[in-house]
Design a protein around this ligand. Structure first.
Ligand SMILES: [Zn+2]
Length: 598
């Protein structure tokens, strides 16, 4: 039975995370629901029994197959009784009101810690999810719920299996009555709370719901630490899938700001967004910063000191200098786990998603083949973990998106999630920005890339065009358009410069680094040549050089102008050192110009 067969049988299915190398494919070290939570951002709402839709949806997960979730409820005509024997659930408890025979005659599935009994959804009543109502550790999955179905793999390494081939029996009337029965009175005669009729909080209202519960608990007098404990438990038991612990703690903290007994006026919108991007700033004690830094693993290089794992790196250059060539070469190097000449590659071999807004397929082919008598031949063979992604011009924007950018970001996240890539290269961000490009417009884009980076632990390289720059001056961050914004949101930045001496020579220069010291600075740029010896256009490292040697030298007229500018700046009170830096000339030259009498 695969997802398609379930769909053909009328079950609404959707993909769940799976087990890969003993871990949940979400790759979060603190995943609270391993191999059981929805694989895509849409989750349960995407469940479908349309065979062609399901076929497409599941075919996405080629790198590790997805577990299968079946949506329970009317839509699938399904109610499932979940007996958690590992936690002490006993099917015998059900024999009290439904004959043993009847329970054995319906479809039964082995789960990670017990089994599932599948029943047809009863007409004219609504069966909701419930916990412990039919018996201790015996839950019901109905409207708004889902179950993990065979042959999904449990995190324990054992598959979900059918224990028989029986047809589904109707959901027993005795169960319906039991579920609808009045709440039992507790021994002391007071009404028991409706704790058995637990509401499940789904993706989209989990934050709100937890915040509301927290507000009530705070009002009742709970301390912050009590709130934290309570919310973590509620999160684990009622949120589907559970929120990350840090988000839950954030809610507890927000609510604990209110005095005990004070009715909190909770700003739900703020809390809802807290997990994503509530504040632009992050405040911690200096000591906490040092402690965190100690614990952080030493990042591994993806492309020497220019780009480390887990970083958002910007590569910028004038048009035509070979940004895309270098980016493809880097992607090729990572996917083949083979360093580029002199440049170190420490990270493991892994999948790279290369979002190409620049080249057509034909142009791409041309770069990685040999042309003989007007025919492209001897094509370069890339590793199959090198994924190339382009804009699908035939896609029509769904109604729920109000602008192209949102649709694009959403699609980008979808591709990242379904290809399970950890490395994203965007060629180039100029394309992703709106037409009326200003520095301000880079902000949502960089925020979005940062969000993706955090959510999927991505390493991102974003390529950016620069306007034609002054080749007499060293490359600086000011050559990057919208530099302030982009620079704030990038961990590292490097640039390609063209040698004024020889137009086939390029040099790589670090502009911003996060943790290490700059190696490829002004006096030590990596000089490379752009060559295509066979079927692969590439950068080849030559040597280290001073950038100044490769800047354009001035003719007499240019020189006279420069001297004039140097004198003006000096008259304005600028230091000689600053002037030297401003124009990319030596201190000696500045001194000489200032002493010239023209
Ligand atoms: Zn997970």
């Amino acid at each position: 039975m695969d997802a398609l067969n379930y769909a053909k049988s009328g079950f609404a299915v959707f993909p769940l995370h799976a087990v890969k190398d003993g871990r949940c494919t979400c790759a979060k070290s603190d995943c609270s629901s391993p191999a059981k939570h929805p694989r895509t951002v849409h989750g349960l709402t995407q469940a479908s029994n349309d065979p062609s839709f399901v076929k497409n949806l599941f075919s996405c997960f080629t790198y590790s197959s997805a577990n299968i979730g079946i949506r329970t409820g009317k839509e699938s005509n399904l109610v499932v009784v979940d007996v958690d024997t590992a936690k002490g659930g006993r099917i015998e408890e059900l024999y009290n009101f439904v004959p043993k025979d009847a329970l054995e005659k319906t479809l039964r599935v082995k789960t990670g810690g017990g089994f599932h009994l599948y029943f047809l959804y009863p007409p004219n009543v609504e069966i909701r999810n419930s916990t412990d109502k039919l018996g201790n550790k015996i839950d019901v999955r109905g409207e708004g719920g889902y179950v993990v179905a065979p042959p999904s793999m449990h995190i324990s390494g054992k598959p979900y299996e059918f224990l028989n081939n029986n047809k589904l029996l109707p959901f027993p009337q005795a169960f319906v009555e039991k579920l609808n029965a009045a709440e039992p009175k507790a021994a002391n005669g007071t009404e028991r709370s409706k704790s058995n009729d637990l509401e499940t909080y789904f993706n989209g209202n989990r934050n709100d719901s937890l915040a509301r519960v927290a507000g009530k608990l705070r009002h009742a007098g709970l301390s912050q630490s009590e709130l934290e404990t309570a919310l973590l438990k509620i999160n684990a038991e009622r949120c589907q899938p559970p929120l990350e612990s840090k988000e839950v703690l954030q809610i507890a903290r927000s609510i604990a700001r209110y005095d005990v007994g004070q009715e909190p006026t909770v700003d739900f919108e703020t809390i809802k967004n807290a997990g994503d991007f509530a504040s632009l700033l992050l405040t911690k004690t200096a000591n906490a910063c040092i402690e965190e830094a100690k614990l952080a693993p030493t990042p591994k290089t993806l492309f020497d000191d220019f780009w480390f794992e887990g970083e958002i790196c910007i590569l910028f250059a004038d048009t035509g200098l070979g940004k895309s060539v270098l980016a493809v070469q880097i992607a090729d190097s990572i996917t083949k786990h083979s360093p580029i000449g002199h440049f170190a590659l420490e990270a493991a071999k892994q999948t790279v998603l290369f979002f190409d807004c620049e080249l057509s397929q034909k142009q791409f082919e041309k770069r990685y083949a040999v042309k003989q008598d007007d025919i492209l031949t001897n094509h370069y063979i890339f590793d199959n973990s090198f994924l190339r992604c382009v804009i699908n011009r035939r896609a029509a924007m769904p109604k729920r998106f109000t602008n192209f950018e949102d649709y694009l970001f959403f699609s980008l996240e979808y591709e990242v999630a379904r290809t399970e890539t950890r490395i994203l290269i965007v060629d180039n961000i100029t394309y992703l920005k709106s037409q009326t490009e200003t520095a301000k417009d880079a902000l949502p884009l960089m925020k979005e890339l940062n969000r993706l980076k955090d959510k999927y632990q991505l390493s991102i390289m974003a390529l950016a065009h620069t306007p034609k720059r002054d080749m007499t001056r060293p490359i600086s961050v000011n050559d990057l358009q919208g530099s302030k914004m982009l620079s704030n949101f990038a961990d590292s930045i490097f640039a390609i410069g063209q040698s004024a001496k020889d137009s086939s020579l390029r040099y790589l220069k670090q502009i911003k680094v996060r943790s290490e010291e700059k190696i490829y600075h002004e006096e030590n740029v990596a000089l490379c040549q752009l060559i295509k010896p066979d079927n692969f256009l590439k950068f080849e490292f030559l040597t280290f050089r001073n950038e100044r040697e490769h800047l354009k030298h001035l003719n007499e007229k240019d020189k006279a102008e420069l001297i004039e500018k140097v004198k003006n700046l000096s008259a304005q009170g600028k230091k000689q050192r600053e002037i030297a830096k401003e124009f990319g000339i030596s201190l000696g030259a500045v001194n000489k110009y200032l002493n010239l009498k023209i």
